[in-house]
Design a protein around this ligand. Sequence first.
Ligand SMILES: C[S@@+](CC[C@H](N)C(=O)[O-])C[C@H]1O[C@@H](n2cnc3c(N)ncnc32)[C@H](O)[C@@H]1O
Length: 239
Amino acid sequence: MRMRKKRRGGERLSQLSALFVSGKEYKTAFDCERPLRIEIGCGKGDFICQLSKIEPDYNYIAMERVDDVIVVAAEKYAAGRDLGQLDSHGGWKTPDGTIYDGERWDIPLEMRGNVRFMNCDASTLDEIFDEESLDTVYANFSDPWTKNGYANRRLTHPDFLKRYLRILKSGGYFRFKTDNVELFDFSLESVEAEPGFELTFVSRDLHASERAETNIMTEYERNFSSQGIKINCLEARKK
Ligand SMILES: C[S@@+](CC[C@H](N)C(=O)[O-])C[C@H]1O[C@@H](n2cnc3c(N)ncnc32)[C@H](O)[C@@H]1O
């Protein structure tokens, strides 16, 4: 009997590569045109998997730079859409029992649903997306980069806000959540100083706010919240 090697995180990406896009491929990646939303730094995908089901009238891009992490998000999404599951060797087992062991499953377009995954860094956002092509940009619990000299890597640095403004449609939203008070203060200041945005929601305790009921928790959010840490949230609309 042939012994199968256990597939590691990044290696598993090729099995579900039909759910991944790079560069401008996003334009033809969906079976039907809907307003487009993006989550930057989707992590292991809890947020995007839930949101894309609750609000199905949108197409979604889940962007994440770490391949070992984004593959978990893609597998979670695929399992949640009844496209199969990982087998004990890390191969992908489809509902009819076929196992893709490191090779691509060419999932029919109509079965791929409304989320595609992009394994890249957000600094390339404005090279990838056309001007005024997006409905919403989400950034949840992004890295705080608190050390001196790294502020320009924060996803709410003025340079990133300019990128969002370029790719968002007028009336589109930037939505941001973090546990980190220093990052939140910085983010609030950056958004307030950016004339292209108007703040439409601010809370320093999201779970006690009027949006608590409709809030979709991310992995990090659940973890911080269980430790009693308050969640900060802001939403800004492109004028
Ligand atoms: C702290 S985790 C939060 C994950 C998830 N959003 C959550 O709330 O559970 C931040 C994630 O964003 C990713 N990330 C950070 N900066 C990024 C960037 N510039 N481009 C793409 N992904 C990024 C990291 O690799 C990491 O997986």
